[in-house]
Design a protein around this ligand. Structure first.
Ligand code: FAD
Length: 513
């Protein structure tokens, strides 16, 4: 039956919304709701007034979401976007003049009765934060297997991209660790999908940038939770040695092999370890003087690995680590080790957030750039970017670099990795903050530098792909996906969101009037 959308103004900040089927909802136009929905972690508008949605919707169930979208699909708003935790950089969760669905609030008090210990999965609400998923799982001695570095992100938000961290080499990204989804499509249909059922929608939504449906529930694979973590950092002055060791460590993936549980790394292009998210680890008792280490072009590389363990296996963990470390060729005097509870390791970036918040350095512009670089060109990237464009320059934020195995990614998903048949590609993440201080690293300066890096890749023929992509024209999006994937992306859009009303903040499609 066709529903008619009736919107009446009830008060200065509330619109009463009836879909013509006696379903009544209230949409908020409260200025604080609108302001929250129109801002994000990126804070990139630099003084320009934010583009506001017309209203914000606080659903109480997935049915509410379905009814709202059905009404919008049949005749109604120009667009509807889910907002998880708003930790995008370029307004991806916003929708100018449309309705933003605030996914996060429903998650409260949603913890139990959804963990199947024997089946090894947890059911999470799409707006739930990963930190809450972790806490609920730990009560049952379980934990998801694949993570992001920061846990104050929503399940639906990271699954709409990929969700990567140092476990991805072994378990794949978070989107490779999902058994089943409940999705509300762009037609307002509530659909359960998995590898067995509605397979096309399942793969479309994973890494789908919110284009095909709103994830209301995700069934996520879990494993017995480790209790503690041995966390080790070692330094390299030679890039080829650093990447050779990283690639060796990620080749050890698979069951039953002695391997690290997490492999990442970062680049140190200056003495500015202070003010760097990752700096707290280098304790005052272990001062790192880069100048004393004899660097390659002024740049150092830090390999970061962990080994998880339970107290019952604490005896063997040292031997296992020793065996793995023996195969590496880092600077001998540069081993930094710490030991901490598993949850503290996973939640490490939040501690840094609290410190930066205390110094008013968290809510600042973040012109972040994340790239997937093919292994065969990572040396060229090092020379051109780390030692070239960024060399001897205070960085104003961490620069991560770590490899992943492509075979752990499912090519049927919408996520994009470098084209070709190379098994290994690298994440390079420039996670920089624009802070108005004497360093001169303004938003304009860092944004120009990002453009210079992209231009360098283009001119050097480095066929990288943006992770958390930001493009504004159809030509750029088509190039990002590549011909085959772009065709499939368009077909999926036509099937699941024919009026193109979902997640318009990604700027891929415009709504069909
Ligand atoms: P939002 O910004 O709210 O939304 C992002 C997109 O997803 C929007 O298009 C939105 O419409 C859509 N969306 C949101 N919820 C849903 C849903 N339920 N169903 C369908 N679509 C939805 N990423 C990594 O992979 N690894 C990291 O280690 C990592 N670390 C980060 C650290 C910080 C401090 C920050 C700010 C970001 C980090 N990210 C990382 C990036 C992060 O994963 C993405 O930006 C993610 O989209 C943020 O989740 P969110 O809940 O804030 O999403």
């Amino acid at each position: 039956m066709c529903c008619r959308l009736i919107v009446t103004v009830v008060g200065p900040t509330v619109l009463d919304f009836n879909d013509g089927n006696n379903n009544d909802f209230q949409l908020s136009t409260n200025p604080s709701d609108l302001a929250r929905a129109s801002s994000d972690f990126g804070m990139l508008r630099g003084g320009v007034a934010p583009v506001e949605p017309a209203a914000v919707f606080h659903p109480t169930s997935d049915r509410d979401i379905a009814q709202l979208i059905r009404a919008a699909y049949q005749q109604g708003f120009p667009a509807v976007s889910a907002r998880g935790h708003g930790h995008s950089i370029n307004g991806q969760a916003n929708t100018a003049g449309g309705v933003v669905i605030e996914m996060s609030r429903l998650a409260e008090g949603h913890a139990d009765g959804r963990i199947a210990e024997e089946m090894r999965y947890v059911d999470a609400w799409g707006g739930e934060l990963w930190i809450d998923v972790l806490r609920a799982c730990l009560e049952h001695g379980l934990a998801p297997r694949s993570w992001t570095d920061y846990l104050y992100l929503s399940v639906g938000g990271t699954l709409s991209n990929a969700g990567i961290s140092g476990q991805a080499f072994n378990h794949g990204p978070q989107i490779s660790n999902v058994h089943e989804l409940d999705v509300v499509t762009g037609k307002g249909e509530m659909v359960k999908c998995s590898e067995e059922e509605n397979q096309e929608l399942f793969h479309a939504v994973l890494g789908g940038l919110g284009q095909f449906g709103i994830i209301t529930r995700a069934r996520i694979a879990v494993e017995p939770a480790p209790q503690r973590v041995r966390w080790i950092r070692v330094l390299y002055s030679n890039f080829s040695t650093f990447t050779r060791d990283q690639e060796h460590l990620i080749s050890l993936h698979g069951d039953g092999r002695n391997k690290f549980d997490y492999v990442e790394g970062f680049v140190i292009v200056d003495e500015g370890l202070i003010n760097n998210w990752r700096s707290s680890f280098f304790s005052p008792r272990n001062p790192v003087k880069i100048s004393s280490l004899g660097t390659d072009g002024g740049v150092l590389y830090c390999l970061e690995v962990t080994k998880n363990y339970r107290e019952s296996t604490a005896d063997t963990v040292d031997q296992e680590i020793e065996a793995l470390m023996k195969e590496l060729d880092f600077i001998p005097a540069s081993v930094f080790t710490t030991d901490l509870p598993y949850v503290d390791f996973l939640d490490r970036v939040h501690k840094v957030e609290l410190k930066l918040r205390a110094k008013n350095l968290w809510e600042v512009p973040h012109p972040w750039l994340n790239l997937f670089v093919p292994k065969s060109r990572i040396d060229d990237f090092d020379k051109g970017v780390f030692k070239g464009i960024l060399g001897n320059n205070r960085t104003s934020g961490p620069i991560l670099i770590y490899p992943m195995n492509k075979s752990k990614w499912d090519d049927r998903s919408s996520a994009v990795t470098p084209e070709g048949d190379e098994e290994v590609f690298y994440l390079v993440a420039l996670l920089r903050s624009a802070v108005e201080d004497s360093s001169g690293k303004t938003l304009e300066y860092l944004s120009n530098q990002n453009r210079e890096i992209l231009r360098f890749c283009d001119e050097s023929g480095i066929k990288m792909k943006q992770y958390l992509p930001h493009y504004t024209t159809e030509r750029e999006w088509a190039a990002h996906f590549g011909e085959e994937k772009w065709d499939r992306f368009n077909q999926r859009k036509t099937s699941f969101d024919p009026r193109r009303i979902l997640a318009t903040g990604q700027r891929i499609f415009k709504p069909v009037p």
